[in-house]
Design a binder for this molecule. Structure first.
Ligand SMILES: [Zn+2]
Length: 148
């Protein structure tokens, strides 16, 4: 079977995000080990995923530090290898941050066997450092809280 060439280079196991002024703080926040999420000062609530303005009132959002604590909302385990440099299985998850009900983000769970995943389990953020054509990005991933 002929394999279609991947647009991802061999040393880039992730498809890295496109950064703009509204998303760059999210993707670079982990440089100091702290996750930062957009916060709307008008609505008094956190906003995910990062975007140009608050989805409710349209106001410009600031970034505010969060604890990095989360719980596993739901997940799926990917067994199909979509790129030679990305080992399988890997875990795609929707996690809910501790700061606000329904403040959820799509991420990966690391350092956890898929058999050990339990919905609602406590998690803690970690960061994967990747070099991007616009600078270094820190991709937030989550691990079981008991390990950190
Ligand atoms: Zn708002």
């Amino acid at each position: 079977m002929r394999v279609t060439p991947s647009p991802v280079s061999a040393n880039a196991p992730r498809v890295l995000p496109a950064l703009d002024d509204s998303t760059r703080p999210f993707w670079t926040s982990g440089a100091d080990g702290v996750l930062r999420v957009q916060y709307c000062p008008s609505c008094g609530r956190f906003v995910l995923p990062p975007r140009a303005g608050c989805p409710d009132c349209g106001a410009g959002c600031d970034y505010a530090a969060v604890s990095g604590a989360a719980t596993l909302f739901t997940y799926t385990v990917a067994h199909q290898q979509f790129h030679p440099s990305v080992p399988t299985p890997f875990i795609i998850a929707l996690v809910e941050l501790a700061e606000q009900p329904e403040l959820r983000m799509v991420t990966n769970i690391v350092d956890c066997d898929p058999e050990d995943l339990v919905t609602g389990m406590p998690l803690t953020v970690r960061f994967e450092q990747h070099e991007h054509n616009t600078g270094t990005v820190y991709v937030p991933v989550f691990a079981p809280a008991a390990l950190t």
